[in-house]
Ligand binder design. Structure first.
Ligand code: NAP
Length: 245
């Protein structure tokens, strides 16, 4: 029970990889705050994490791209649970367009969620977390190797890796660890709805498809005291796919 008495916020925590992370932390004793924009999904998610073992769970309706809403989520967490030990920045959006059709607004929509959303939560972590707390960011192997039509997503995820390095440096003297997980192809709707995957532009061997639980297990390790000396790490969870791209 590595998260007994601990409190974790998981953004995008009520679906896909985020739900698996929330359930894994719950099964190890954490109290959970699930963040997302869809109230019904959050209600279902909080029930599922309680069934997985969370002593308590709260769904916070919050758009991670709006700093005031992120502040309100962290304030609500501290009021309800009295502490904050772990933040998992998992919320993410993808958009598919050729570069010549992309607008500045398209770029900002993705960067605001995928990169600035993580920044706003890290800022709150640095303002409110006690030494011993930690942040795990979820980027993607697209931070390193990408495919056509996803330029803002790939840049945002590369930005998340860079933000992890900066936050790791500034978090160290505060006793706050910051690490990043880079999933490969993971079996969620985000993978199978991807037009590059549907059209065969991005070929995915079945052996290269992981489960949300595979990412969750790695996030749980990084968020736990087992990783007490792991700081600024970029951990691929891709079954080795990146080496074959
Ligand atoms: P998903 O089910 O679509 O999860 C995305 C989550 O982000 C949803 O819960 C969504 O909730 C939330 N979200 C999106 N925009 C938000 C916003 N503005 N504010 C708050 N929450 C927001 O897809 P997934 O596959 O589990 O992806 C989870 C993470 O893993 C993402 O960061 C993704 O980039 C990364 N990833 C996935 C794969 C893969 O193959 N599946 C591979 C590499 C990386 P609401 O819509 O309710 O707000």
């Amino acid at each position: 029970m590595r998260f007994q008495d601990k409190v974790a916020i998981v953004t995008g925590g009520a679906s896909g990889i985020g739900l698996a992370i929330s359930q894994r932390l719950a099964s190890e004793g954490a109290r959970l705050v699930l963040v997302g924009r869809n109230e019904d999904q959050l209600r279902q998610g909080t029930e599922l994490v309680k069934q997985a073992g969370a002593p308590d769970a709260w769904g916070s309706v919050c758009d991670v791209s709006v700093e005031a809403q992120v502040e309100a989520t962290v304030k609500g967490t501290l009021e309800r649970f009295g502490r904050l030990d772990v933040i998992v920045n998992n919320a993410g959006l993808m958009q598919f367009k050729p570069l010549e059709e992309l607008t500045g607004d398209d770029w900002l929509r993705i960067l605001n969620v995928d990169l600035l959303g993580a920044f706003y939560f890290i800022k709150q972590a640095f303002l409110h977390m006690k030494p011993g707390g930690n942040v795990v960011n979820v980027s993607s192997i697209h931070a390193i190797e990408t495919s056509p039509l996803v330029a803002p997503y790939a840049a945002a995820k590369a930005g998340v890796n860079s933000l992890t390095r900066s936050a790791s440096l500034e978090g160290k003297p505060k006793g706050i660890r910051v690490n990043v997980v880079m999933p490969g192809a993971i079996d969620t709707p985000m993978l199978w709805d991807n037009p590059n995957v549907k059209s065969g532009v991005e070929k995915i061997d079945k052996a290269d498809v992981g489960r949300p639980e595979d990412v969750a297990a790695t996030v749980a390790y990084l968020a736990s005291d087992d990783a007490a000396f792991v700081q600024g790490a970029e951990v691929r969870v891709d079954g080795g796919r990146l080496d074959r791209l």
